[in-house]
Write a protein that binds this ligand. Sequence first.
Ligand code: ADP
Ligand code: ASP
Ligand code: MG
Length: 422
Amino acid sequence: MALIVHKYGGTSMGSTERIRNVAKRVAKWARAGYQMVVVPSAMSGETNRLLGLAKELQPAQSAAATLRELDMLAATGEQASSALLAIALQAEGLEAVSYAGWQVPIRTNSAYTKARIESIDDVRVRADLKAGRVVIITGFQGIDEGGHITTLGRGGSDTSAVAVAAALKADECLIYTDVDGVYTTDPRVVPEARRLQTVSFEEMLEMASLGSKVLQIRSVEFAGKYKVPLRVLSSFTPWDIDLKEEARSGTLITFEEDEKMEQAIVSGIAFNRDEAKISVVGVPDKPGIAYQILGAVADANIEVDMIIQNISKDGKTDFSFTVHRNDHARALDLLKGKIVPALGAQDVLGDNKICKVSIVGIGMRSHVGVASKMFRSLSEEGINIQMISTSEIKTSVVIDEKYMELAVRALHKAFDLDQPTS
Ligand code: ADP
Ligand code: ASP
Ligand code: MG
């Protein structure tokens, strides 16, 4: 009997009426003979609400003891929605049981608020499935070695679902959300965006890492590592549509490049407002500078994304890099306090009104001139590029945040992503 994992996001679980709809859809699959495991998110807005309360009481939240409590708190959102879904399934006449992460258990490391799953015990879940029950497992959470509750980072229920599917060797993991698949870019920003019937695993990985929040990046990494068949589809279709039709809908993440298919050069555009830029100006241009600046930043556990160093003039150079916006103030303080005086640099400048816009496509591997087309299109809109980074299948630029939507729309058009393929 095939085993299927469904994941429902916050909007899909947003009210008792929607939870009832989810229950009816899951019941349809269970009655068709599938073994069902369901991973829900908290009801929409709930995680923000809980974390907002904590922020009122303690605005500075970097202490490990506080982070532990944030996880203790945020995990309750998924516990509530999971129990409600079990109750709704029971009301549909099915046997259903819900488990919090610690009850499965889903074991993680101890990095509170961004823990990583290390292992999942399948014994309890398999016993329930064998007994004919629908099993509901809270998204977003686990338990560490010391028995403390952890959470997996925002959007982490996607990762819970794929990890559960991998652990149970599920036949497919279906991610039900408030859009009907993965689009060429966020359809809320570009209404002309088109749904992709398939997207390669590598492209999805890039899109997720570059800001498309339709799937959390770690869920895509898990899918790749364990070859979990993964599909993104809508939870807003009528629950009673034909099951076979539903199973074919949305976007399939594929692991093999289809030689026959006409490959678009650029498949999607991602953007992200989560970064901030730091420039160290007038640094003496000598060996060890990058290490002194970035080493100190890394020692403070601050992740760096893009880096550029300008050519030197009169023995001095400018050195710029980006960090997560949440770490911006801390990184600036660190540099201003110790590093810059020690280096003899002129100044440190910060800019947290930037964004990163990226084009992604496997076809970029075999085509030249893709990046220059991107730069031309941005220049035609009068948008200044502050930083550039490229890899085999993506080009990213940092620009002023106020031009983000304009840039995404212009690139979407320039690469004909609004035109039907085939
Ligand atoms: P859920 O609560 O179901 O996990 P999310 O809000 O986390 O849903 O993710 C779905 C949202 O992702 C969509 O509503 C859409 O605005 C956004 N999104 C961003 N990029 C894309 C994309 N390329 N394709 C589809 N949706 C995207
Ligand atoms: N509820 C969590 C969040 O809002 C996890 C998720 O929805 O995936 O980030
Ligand atoms: Mg999500």
